[in-house]
Design a protein around this ligand. Structure first.
Ligand code: GDP
Length: 453
């Protein structure tokens, strides 16, 4: 049970500033309702029950700021577990500004980025994994990203970690009983013979979670992708086809064939993050003209290379150069212009045959990306996956602590020595949910949020 903390009352704008139909201003803290009530002309907000909406005007120094709707959420049944007021004003630049100004005059403080969610966490409404999932939901660009963000927000990630913690805690508790009350007859005498299998079971569970997290991580972070191919094989055409095909959310894709291409592409729910490959694409004579270093740099950053070849022609030296250059990468060879022929075959390598012009074979490409990077069964079954690099890193840390404990137990160290590593594992798990979170961790995490969240 987390004790509710007392904080000052904060105000923030929850929507984007600018010309829009509405803005929402959020106020949270014990005085939230009372402070808004001092500006509000309509029903007496102090008398309104929780989860109600009141219509009225906000008036500051006798001047009407706006006609508004005010929603009231009384503690603890609110997002922050404090009294919360959400004011819907008309949109635009000025109104929200004036409302916030008036509330600050009355004693509110401007909220920091992420402070509402931070309060929800500090007041025990949600744990850290849920708080981070809220940010993932806001940032989601594909439905699968939204799916795993929802898992986090629902508390599925928290449950997964809490389960591991409770297994570990029961093991630690049994050791403790032995150490503290060795004369206590009912307690099973804890020996390394008992600790070893129990620790192994927890390690196995963690390994299972880590295997699934490969898919989760790809969904959350996308795949850094480089599209390479000599000029005129159809890279731009392919990209355009991919964009249209998937009605992708694309950011910052710029340029013509000869310019850089950077941005994000939603390929069947998997985000491809395109990396600039201008260097590789601008010349026929790869080795001499571009400076092989630049090409290698782009390649070294990539998780995936899409190497485009022209199926209407035999392989050229430049093609062979690129095949060689990308041989140690995870790559998909895309044979484009299959409407004109199928002249290229490469030994021991599958060619995904497409026609950018006729928009054929795109589904094959999509399937190949999924085959290489994600476990579709996990996605289809909506299985809980860790996806956040911070969580995965901490889970790996916990796993290492458990392996250390296991090694100590296997060479029959005293159980209280073995317990030290088990405790470390418990703490690493606690850092995922925020149970053993440090101040610095908490403030760094929440500072990445947007204002009003
Ligand atoms: P890039 O230099 O690799 O980006 O190649 P472009 O996308 O600019 O394409 C070069 C030429 O090939 C253009 O005239 C395209 O219309 C043509 N092209 C691209 N894809 C196909 C295809 O699948 N079939 C056919 N027949 N022509 C294509």
């Amino acid at each position: 049970m987390v004790m509710k903390m007392i904080f000052d009352t904060i105000v923030g704008i929850a929507t984007l500033r600018g010309i829009s139909a509405l803005n929402v201003i959020r106020v949270s803290g014990s005085d939230a309702i009372q402070l808004v009530n001092r500006l509000f002309v309509g029903k007496d907000l102090d008398q309104q029950p929780s989860h109600t909406v009141s219509y009225g005007h906000l008036i500051d120094d006798g001047v009407i700021i706006d006609e508004v709707l005010v929603s009231i959420f009384r503690e603890p049944k609110s997002f922050t577990a404090e009294n919360v007021v959400e004011i819907s004003t008309h949109g635009g630049y000025l109104i929200a500004e004036k409302v916030i100004e008036a509330l600050i005059k009355l004693g509110c403080r401007m909220a920091e980025p992420g402070e509402f969610t931070k309060r929800a966490y500090l007041n025990g409404r949600i744990d850290l994994t849920q708080a981070e999932s809220i940010m993932d939901m806001v940032n989601a660009k594909t439905m699968t990203q939204l799916q795993i963000a929802n898992q986090g927000l629902n508390g599925q990630v928290k449950e997964l970690i809490n389960d591991l913690q409770s297994d570990l805690l029961s093991l630690i508790a049994k050791i403790e009983v032995n150490i503290d009350y060795p004369e206590y007859d009912d307690a099973v005498v804890m020996t390394n013979e008992i600790i070893i299998p129990e620790t192994k079971t927890i390690i196995d569970k963690i390994n299972q979670i880590l295997i699934k997290s490969d898919t989760g991580k790809v969904i959350r972070e996308g795949i850094k992708t480089v599209i390479v191919g000599r000029p005129n094989v159809g890279k731009s055409s392919l990209l355009n086809t991919l964009l249209r095909e998937d009605k992708a959310i694309v950011t910052e894709i710029s340029g013509t064939t000869r310019d850089l291409i950077e941005g994000e592409l939603n390929l069947g729910g998997i985000l491809l993050k395109l990396i600039d490959t201008a260097g590789i694409r601008t010349t026929d004579d790869i080795v001499e003209k571009i400076g092989i270093d630049r090409a290698k740099k782009a390649l070294s950053e990539a998780d995936l290379v899409l190497l485009v070849l022209d199926q209407s022609q035999k392989l050229t030296d430049a093609d062979k150069e690129l095949i060689e250059l990308t041989s140690d990468k995870t790559r998909i060879i895309v044979g484009n212009k299959t409407d004109l022929g199928s002249l290229v075959d490469i030994q021991n390598e599958n060619i995904i045959k497409v026609s950018a012009k006729n928009k054929t074979g795109i589904d094959l490409l999509e399937n190949e990306v999924k085959r290489l990077f994600v476990d579709e069964v996990l996605i289809g079954n909506n299985e809980t996956m860790l996806s956040n690099a911070r969580h995965i890193g901490k889970l790996k840390e916990a796993n290492q602590n458990l392996k250390d404990a296991l090694s100590s137990a296997q060479i029959n160290y005293p159980v209280d020595m073995v317990e030290i590593d088990l405790r470390k594992a418990w703490e690493s798990l606690g850092e995922i949910t925020g149970e053993s979170g440090t101040e610095i961790l908490i403030s760094t995490l929440f500072s990445k949020f947007c204002l009003g969240k």
